[in-house]
Design a protein around this ligand. Structure first.
Ligand code: NDP
Length: 475
């Protein structure tokens, strides 16, 4: 019997995805560069899955039905290129080579072009949900030729998470579109996590205990903030350290790691000229946390309030913080989706934003109640930006006062809340009839004759700043 799919890379993600395919009745052939990992997987799961274990790339290729489908789950970067170089010469016209790793979308674009001449469909697939998702149903974001999706889509939809029975997998667009959307997903994940951290910091600054805060998150998880990340936050907060008897979080070093996808999102936003400040701040917040020399040097020197918040009405304060968290989350999602809109324009992808929000409703790390609402808003209205959605206009209007009160308290107390505050700056910029950009244009014209436009006349103008200060119309 030939296998319907081959999985290459038997580390955590690959082995679990392979098992997921098998659990859905697909015959799976597996391969890993070093055979020990394959042997290990076979000894644990070989029987229940019926995996075909390939010792060599040639064996894997020979074990697959045509057109062949090979899904790589290897380290991003050079390892992926090496794996492509191993398999591409063994493949034929019409075969599909899939990269399910966390590739940078520009690498996916480059690889797709390189393999196109050979007639190989290269498909870049964003997979979110970690180990558990890989096994039980991740959110899957495939990019590649529409033709390849016809052969591959049904398999991916089978193993994806389901939301009310709908698969959390949909064709995103050509070449790097899937990895682009996965990148933005991870950027949003960063801001969601940082926002939750800021809410925690403010509640604790107001004197609440860790168990009290855990209960507040549990309560929030029953409402509009209902999401996987809020849910696991309570679990993390509940953990007591066996060694010290303290909450575990109090003995975890406060230096956040990152693997790069969040910073890619911020970099691409800069490149494409999209304001993504809430997400970018969440990347920077990890950077400052992980700069021990800087913090050690500055922490004893910089003066300010004692970072405690005196609250008179605890419930009102907690509600304000909840509103600040929810509003900042909406802004971060609007920025991420805006980056997808602009990226799609830049690269000629026909991305359905409502469908993207739909496949994020289950399986992935940012799964949240809000995403169901976002997909409905995009499907029902033709939106340029999420913040235009009528129901969100209203709700943001209702929470903005609490959001401002939260930040006023944070600033007075000296508690940093970079995502809450940058998201509010975005909100206020977006609603301003006039931004001080006119002054920047004046300065630019002054020192560099960069010209400006007038509000009352078409054309481009320049003032003779160093001469008689008369204005000339350039064009
Ligand atoms: P790793 O990222 O740790 O990658 C290990 C695999 O890569 C092994 O199969 C290894 O083979 C192979 N490999 C490493 N270097 C090379 C090389 N030079 N040539 C060929 N093969 C190589 O595994 P994970 O399972 O954690 O992740 C797989 C992919 O999925 C990654 O791209 C990751 O970013 C992505 N991903 C991971 C998620 C997670 O939660 N972990 C979530 C979503 C995506 P060998 O055993 O021979 O060393």
């Amino acid at each position: 019997e030939l296998a319907s799919i081959g999985v290459v890379g038997m580390a955590v993600m690959g082995s679990n995805l392979a098992r997921n395919f098998a659990n859905h009745g697909h015959k799976v052939a597996i391969f890993n560069r070093s055979y020990e990992k394959t042997e290990h997987v076979m000894s644990k799961y070989g029987e229940e899955t019926g995996f075909i274990a390939a010792k060599t790339p040639e064996e894997l290729v020979a074990s697959l039905e045509k057109p062949r489908r090979i899904m790589m789950m290897v380290k991003a970067g050079a390892a992926t290129d090496a794996t492509i170089d191993t398999f591409a010469p063994l493949l034929e016209d019409g075969d599909i080579l899939i990269d399910g790793g966390n590739a940078f979308y520009k690498d996916t674009q480059r690889r797709e072009i390189a393999l196109r001449d050979q007639g190989i469909h290269f498909v870049g697939v964003g997979v979110s949900g970690g180990e558990e998702g890989a096994l039980n149903g991740p959110s899957i974001m495939p990019g590649g030729s529409a033709h390849s999706y016809e052969f591959l889509g049904p398999l991916l939809e089978d193993i994806s998470a389901k939301y009310n029975g709908e698969p959390c997998c949909t064709y995103i667009g050509t070449d790097g579109a899937g990895h682009f959307v996965k990148m933005v997903h991870n950027g949003i994940e960063y801001s969601d996590m940082q926002g939750i951290g800021e809410a925690f910091a403010l509640l604790r600054a107001a004197g609440l205990t860790v168990p009290e805060i855990s209960d507040i998150f549990r309560e929030w998880n029953t409402g509009e903030l209902d999401s996987y990340l809020i849910e696991i936050t309570s679990e993390v907060l509940d953990q007591v350290d066996a060694k010290t008897g303290q909450p575990l979080i109090d003995v975890i070093v406060d230096a956040a790691g990152q693997k790069g996808t969040g910073s890619w999102t911020a970099q691409i936003a800069l490149e494409l000229g999209v304001d993504l400040n809430a997400i970018a701040e969440s990347v920077f917040a990890r950077s400052v946390s992980s700069a021990p020399e800087l913090r050690k040097a500055l922490q004893p020197l910089l003066q300010g309030p004692d970072q405690t918040i005196k609250v008179e009405d605890r419930d009102a304060f907690v509600e304000d913080v909840r509103q600040a968290l929810w509003a900042s989350k909406v802004v971060a999602y609007s920025q991420g989706l805006d980056l997808i809109r602009v990226g799609a324009q830049e690269y000629g992808w026909d991305i359905d934003v409502a469908a993207v929000a739909k496949i994020w409703r289950a399986g992935c790390i940012i799964r949240a109640k809000l995403l169901d609402r976002i997909s409905n808003e995009y499907a029902a209205n033709s939106l340029t930006n999420l913040l235009e959605a009528p129901s969100l206009v209203e709700d943001m209007g209702n929470v903005q006062a609490g959001w401002r009160r939260t930040l006023t308290r944070a600033i007075e107390a000296g508690v940093a809340a970079p995502v809450f505050s940058s998201a509010l700056a975005y909100y206020d910029s977006a609603r301003s009839p006039r931004l001080p950009a006119f002054l920047i244009q004046g300065q630019r014209d002054f020192f560099g004759a960069h010209t400006y436009k007038r509000i009352d006349e078409d054309g481009t103008f320049h003032t003779e700043w160093s001469a008689d200060r008369s204005e000339t119309k350039i064009s």
